[in-house]
Design a binder for this molecule. Sequence first.
Ligand SMILES: Nc1nc2c(c(=O)[nH]1)N[C@H]1C(S)=C(S)[C@@H](COP(=O)(O)O)O[C@H]1N2
Ligand SMILES: [Mo]
Length: 318
Amino acid sequence: MLFRIAQSDTPASSEITPRSTYADRRRLMLTGALAAPWLAGLPARTHAAGAAKLAGRASPLSTTEKPTSYKDATSYNNFFEFGTEKEDPARMASILKTRPWTVAVEGEVLKPRSFGIDDLLKLAPMEERVYRLRCVEGWSMVIPWVGYPLAELIRRVEPTGNAKYVEFITLADKAQMPGLWSSVLDWPYAEGLRLDEAMHPLTLLTLGIYGEVLPNQNGAPVRVVVPWKYGFKSGKSIVKIRFTENQPVSSWTRAAPHEYGFYSNVNPDVPHPRWSQATERRIGEDGFRQKKRKTLPFNGYGDQVSSLYAGMDLRKFF
Ligand SMILES: Nc1nc2c(c(=O)[nH]1)N[C@H]1C(S)=C(S)[C@@H](COP(=O)(O)O)O[C@H]1N2
Ligand SMILES: [Mo]
């Protein structure tokens, strides 16, 4: 049984959201535009059966690129807690219990506290941010994420003057996550950002995609999305957010420090030791003669974020 989000919990601003046309336009043309339920003002039924709606107001920070299909975005995933194959999370993550759920916020903050998932759902007005996400493996997607800036949460816990970094710890429960029996990574999956990166308006505390609550395979019930960094920086199913003075060690850095640095900004000029990062494959465009896309510095978000790294040698701090 999937839960419903009570209307009264939903911020008013999210109720005036124009329904975005994430639909695969080609498919739309094939099935006939008039058949598209959202054009008739009816709820879209193209997604997960019974999934709760989670709307967000359209954001000027969204890309105008065509979103990846819902099917691809929810069936080609990295979520190693459920296995290392791309189709494992969609097959295995349905057993994850996402309620009740709490996120403990601790460390260098004046007001440490736990947020229940219902607290997080009404903490700030929901926005829809259509962002590119590029995996370090060399593929990318465009996904309409629903959430609000992580800065909204950070402001409420009041970081101390010692807080320089934010660490994200994600769920590690062997009873629900078969991938934890493998030692491919050190569990729990941990990631980190510098405080100013975490406070950046693009960094999204994410609770939904495509107008619905997050499917489990995409990191339910709450994850972060950091669009200018490789996908692994965007931890899923977060249970703890810790503010620290010292730079935390991420799971991927611990596993292979010369391959995955703390920053992991998308950078076509810094190849992964085992492959180039100059181009990428957009999921859904994998036709036989499909040309790869050029990878952009900071995944195309350079205008907004390059100032965070002024004066830094991004080859050294990869
Ligand atoms: N907890 C956890 N978070 C994770 C991962 C993971 O294995 N475990 N994989 C990361 C990687 S490598 C990528 S590319 C993105 C994929 O997000 P998506 O499946 O929603 O597209 O999630 C990231 N977050
Ligand atoms: Mo990734």
